[in-house]
Write a protein that binds this ligand. Structure first.
Ligand code: ZN
Length: 264
């Protein structure tokens, strides 16, 4: 059983597979950011024990100006992750991308920490959007957060209106019941299917369709490695299960890969 491997054995195994891989895709969830002080969603101290998920319902946002006003206020105050800093796991992931070893990062997180740790936009597919930008719900234009924050909310609609088309603005994060961003989703599926090594970091793999990505990869024969605390529905499909904190585990993996590649 893979789960009986020691952490040192798991580190060496993963480093060997990364070194061998031609298309290595990294998929991250809330667990990669818990070491940055951002609570996860579903754990015992998770966000959903403190915040009513109804506040993040898309239909309610469309229907109710007061809901929009509250949500825009939260966005202006920073939202999830505004005060957090990337941790060692984010930097390890960013280094694997920068070295050309990882193909891309697919994330469920809206906290922007992959960007702030140095993953370029064309290597990052944020399936649930990002608090780094605001978007228009009519024409889907994205605006940098700093720019949108300066716009006064419309007194009737509760949120600013799109300068281009007059549509309702919303934070870049995807709410419950809101469609997934089409480009990011299509590209994440394509790259998952093309992967020969797929690493899950810090996701319980229960939120679909994001959680389908590792299944797409495994169906096409990719090696599947799951690094997270707790069980996932895909554990039985995994080639290697690692129960460890990503911020403690991943930097050692990167060091091993660099040793193998002769990178100082
Ligand atoms: Zn617009």
């Amino acid at each position: 059983m893979p789960s009986t491997a020691t952490l040192a054995e798991a580190r060496d195994q993963l480093a060997r597979w990364i070194d061998e891989a031609r298309r290595f895709v990294i998929f991250t969830g809330a667990g990669i950011s818990t070491e940055s002080g951002i609570p996860d969603f579903r754990g015992p101290n998770g966000i959903w024990t403190k915040v009513n998920p109804n506040q993040y319902d898309f239909q309610a946002y469309l229907a109710d100006p007061d809901m929009r006003r509250q949500r825009w206020q939260l966005f202006c105050e920073g939202g999830i992750g505004a005060a957090a800093e990337p941790n060692a796991a984010h930097y390890a992931v960013a280094e694997l991308v920068a070295l050309g070893i990882a193909d891309c990062v697919i994330t469920q997180n809206v906290d922007g920490l992959h960007t702030r740790s140095g993953v370029p936009d064309d290597r990052l597919f944020d399936l649930h959007g990002s608090n780094r930008f605001a978007k228009c719900l009519s024409c889907w234009t994205r605006y940098p957060r700093e720019e949108a924050l300066a716009w006064p909310p419309d007194p009737v609609e509760g949120v600013p209106l799109c300068p281009r088309c007059g549509g309702l603005m919303k934070s870049g994060g995807v709410s419950f019941g809101e469609p997934m961003p089409p480009y990011e989703t299509a590209e994440a599926i394509r790259r998952s299917r093309a992967a020969d090594l797929f690493l899950v970091v810090g996701s319980s793999l229960v939120v679909y369709p994001a959680a389908a990505m590792p299944a797409y990869a495994a169906e096409r024969g990719a090696r599947l490695v799951i690094l997270t605390i707790g069980e996932t529905p895909l554990d039985r499909a995994a080639d290697l299960l690692i129960e460890a904190k990503a911020a403690e585990f991943l930097p050692g993996v990167v060091e091993q890969v660099k040793l193998r590649r002769g990178i100082a």
